[in-house]
Design a protein around this ligand. Sequence first.
Ligand SMILES: [Zn+2]
Length: 180
Amino acid sequence: MSAEVKPRRGSVATTSRDAAVGRAAEAAHPSSGAAPSKEKRPFLLDFFPLEGPDQTRLSRFYERLREGRLSTTRCPHDGERHWPPRTACPKCHSEELEWFDLPETGTIYAFSAVLGGAPLGLEEGVPFAVGLVDLDGDALRLFGRIEGKPWTELTIGGHVRVEPFDLADGRVFYRFRTVD
Ligand SMILES: [Zn+2]
């Protein structure tokens, strides 16, 4: 399409935006001169690759997780609680959010077991359990891996606690562990 002096509604704006997106993608992933990635897992299958303060405005989530605290954000203006944590309140758009700790224990609402065909990077430990956990005293229902008892011994309503854990590459994340 040749350049037009007079912008046409829709098409020109879209082209301009696509160009900007292309430049951003090029900046993030230079196509020349980049050293081969040392990541063991394909980037697209890793949903939480960035944890540092120079990489994400949600780095406090990971910092607090290292302290053993699963936490999220709350808007002091309207009381809106968020999950996952946010950088801006979706209700009033304020960026003055505060962090608060979530309960450390919960009960299993539902679970399933991965017996085979585990996602790339998760082959170790098969079979393992994943499930939905209702946090005690909170309306939040979280998804995560459930460690502790074998999956054959898990029960709906079984008690678990939040367990932060260190990944081999230096990052931190959370899972659940059964408690008796
Ligand atoms: Zn708000």
